[in-house]
Each structure stands twice: as C-alpha cells, then as structure tokens.
Write a protein of this length. Structure first.
Length: 156
C-alpha cells in the first residue's frame, strides 16, 4: 500500500511538473513573439532616422551579427560598426522584416525565421533575403543574440 502511494505521488508530481514547465515555456514563447514583433517594427527606424543607438539596442551585449561575405561583428561595438557600413557604404535607409516562424527553445532562447527587404534612400527595394535570429532573454529583456542572414541575389 505504501509503495502504491509513493508511486502515485511520484506520477502526480511529474505530471504537474511537466504541465507547469509546458505552461511556462508557452508563456515565454508568447512573450518573446510580442517583443520580437515590436523590435522588428523599430529596427529599420534606426536607418530612417540615422540613429545607431536604436539599432544597437536591439542586440544583446554579447551578440554576433553574421553577415554574408564578412567576418562576424561582435558585441555592441560590432553592431555599431555594422550599422555604419549598412548606412554609409550600402545605403540602407529602411526595410521590412516578415517573420515566418518562431521556435521556442526554452531556457531563455527562441529562434526567429523570416524574410527581409532592404530599402534605399528613394524607398526602393535594392535587396531581399532570409534570416535566422537566435533571441536571448537578458536582464534588459529579449535581445538578438545571433543574427545570420543572406541575400536572395544570384550566386555567381
């Protein structure tokens, strides 16, 4: 009888622990989706207003921006360097993100998958492609931790 009670208590604890974990992960995912949507709405405003601080604030302090055909840009200093190149050299002045999926990894991480378009000073699309961003929950909220993207331009 005592073994039946112990087994029942163990099953009960595991079941409700799993339910709690699942509910917590779902809440974290929904929170991340909201923050990502808001961050994406602000991201290209940095280029429109030529305001690097808006851009850098999207990223975790230990971020990596993994742009194609380039070394990675590390941390906030790297994000600032990337902003300068995108604005001054490439001529980025706006754009659009379309999130196609967000995957909850748990433990403070989610992955965003999507498409992007880049706009020039005349508001014309000059490039487009796809991206994967690993988001990390930090003391300052959800931030981009790893940002990887590539163009849909023709391969040579």
């Amino acid at each position: 009888m005592k073994n039946d009670f112990t087994l029942s208590a163990l099953v009960f604890t595991l079941f409700f622990g799993l339910l709690f974990f699942q509910a917590n992960a779902q809440t974290e995912l929904e929170e991340a989706k909201q923050v990502i949507s808001e961050s994406n709405d602000v991201y290209f405003r940095a280029f429109k207003e030529h305001n690097a601080s808006i851009f850098v604030d999207r990223y975790a302090e230990d971020c990596l921006i993994m742009a194609p055909n380039s070394s990675s840009f590390e941390g906030h200093d790297g994000a600032l360097d990337f902003f300068g190149i995108a604005y001054d050299t490439i001529g980025l002045r706006g754009g659009k993100f379309t999130t196609t999926n967000i995957y909850g990894l748990g433990d403070g991480y989610v992955v965003e998958e999507g498409l992007w378009e880049s706009l020039d000073k005349d508001h014309k699309v000059f490039d487009k492609g796809k991206f994967l961003v690993l988001w990390k929950k930090t003391a300052k909220g959800w931030k981009m931790f790893r940002d990887s993207f590539s163009s849909d331009g023709k391969l040579n």
